[in-house]
Design a protein around this ligand. Structure first.
Ligand code: ZN
Length: 297
C-alpha cells in the first residue's frame, strides 16, 4: 500500500510540474508492476536541471530522493518475494533437511491450495502459533482464489509451484513445460512471487515434470513425513500421530489445504503444532531449512 501511495505522489508531481511528460507511474498494489514502473521512470526521466531545482524548491519534494527511497523499498520487497534455493540445492530432489541432531527444526508444507475457507483457517492457526510454512500452489486453484494467495504471501510464508492441473501421468515435453511455466507465471502475476521450489503432484518423479523442473534449476521438494491427511477414513488424531511419530530434526511434513474437504486437517493442525512445540521443535520454511543445512555443512 505504501508503495502505491509513493508511486501516486511521484506520478502527481510529474504530471503537474512537467507538462508534456505523461505520468509514468500508476497506482498499483502489485509490487512487480510497481518495480517495473519505477525502473522505467528512472531510465526515461530527463529533467532540465534548472526546472528540477525550481520544482524542488517550490514543492519541497525531492523527486530523485523519492525515487531512490521507492527503489529501496521495492528491492527489499523483491527480496522478500523471491524464493530461490541455495545453489547446492538447485536441480536436486530433496526429501528432508540434513541438519545437526541438536537443531530441532521442522518444515511444514501445505499442498494443493489456495483453497476457500481451509487456507484462511490454516493461516489463522499459523499466525496464532507464530508458525511459518511453505505452500505449494496449483495454478488452477490459484486462479480461483487470488485474494487468499495474496494473504498467504503477506503473512510471510514461502511459496512453491505444484503445477497447473495436478496431473500424475506421463506428459509430452510441451505439456510438462506448460504445467510448470504457466503456474509460475500466474504466481508472479498474482503475488509478485518468483519461486524455483517445485513439488511434483503425488510425489511422482518419473512423468517428466521433475526432470523439467530440475533442468530449470528448481529444487524438487518431496517430504519425509506425511500426515496422510488425504486418507478419506482417517481421523484427525491419526494425522497428529503420524506427524509426531515421524518428526526429527530437518523433517519435511506433508499436509493439504486444498483439493477437497480439508476440515480434518484444520482440526488436527493445532494439536500437531502443540505436540511438536512440546518436543522442542521450531518451524522453518523450506528455503530457511536449506539455508540452515548449508550453514551447518
Ligand atoms: Zn498435490
Amino acid at each position: 500500500m505504501a508503495i502505491a501511495l509513493v508511486a501516486t505522489a511521484i506520478s502527481f508531481i510529474i504530471g503537474t510540474l512537467l507538462p508534456g511528460n505523461p505520468p509514468a507511474l500508476q497506482a498499483t498494489d502489485n509490487p512487480a508492476t510497481a518495480a517495473v514502473q519505477a525502473q522505467n521512470l528512472k531510465q526515461n526521466l530527463t529533467v532540465d536541471p534548472l526546472a528540477k531545482e525550481v520544482r524542488d524548491s517550490q514543492t519541497g519534494f525531492n523527486l530523485d530522493r523519492a525515487i531512490e527511497e521507492l527503489l529501496t523499498v521495492l528491492e527489499s520487497q523483491e527480496k522478500r518475494l523471491t524464493f530461490v534455493p541455495p545453489e547446492h540445492f538447485q536441480g536436486k530432489v530433496i526429501f528432508e533437511g540434513k541438519v545437526n541432531d541438536s537443531d530441532k527444526v521442522i518444515a511444514l508444507t501445505v499442498d494443493d491450495g489456495p483453497w476457500p475457507e481451509t487456507t484462511e483457517q490454516m493461516l489463522d492457526i499459523f499466525k496464532q502459533n507464530d508458525v511459518k510454512a511453505t505452500f505449494f500452489w496449483i495454478g488452477k486453484s490459484l486462479e480461483s482464489s487470488p485474494e487468499i494467495a495474496r494473504r498467504v504471501v503477506a503473512e510471510g510464508h514461502a511459496i512453491g509451484n505444484h503445477t497447473w492441473h495436478h496431473w500424475y501421468d506421463s506428459m509430452d515435453d510441451a505439456t510438462v513445460a506448460n504445467e510448470v511455466d504457466r503456474t509460475a507465471k500466474l504466481i508472479y502475476e498474482t503475488t509478485g512471487v518468483k519461486t524455483t521450489f517445485f513439488r511434483p503432484p503425488g510425489g511422482v518423479l518419473n512423468n517428466g515434470l521433475a526432470k523439467y523442473a530440475k533442468e530449470q534449476n528448481y529444487s524438487v521438494v518431496m517430504w519425509s513425513v506425511t500426515s496422510a491427511d488425504t486418507d478419506p477414513r482417517a481421523q484427525p488424531e491419526a494425522f497428529v500421530n503420524n506427524v509426531l511419530k515421524g518428526a526429527k530434526p530437518g523433517a519435511i511434513v506433508l499436509m493439504h489445504d486444498g483439493g477437497g474437504d480439508r476440515s480434518r486437517t484444520i482440526k488436527a493442525l493445532p494439536d500437531m503444532i502443540a505436540g511438536l512445540k512440546k518436543e522442542g521443535y521450531r518451524f522453518v520454511t523450506i528455503p530457511e531449512l536449506m539455508e540452515i543445512q548449508q550453514n551447518e555443512a
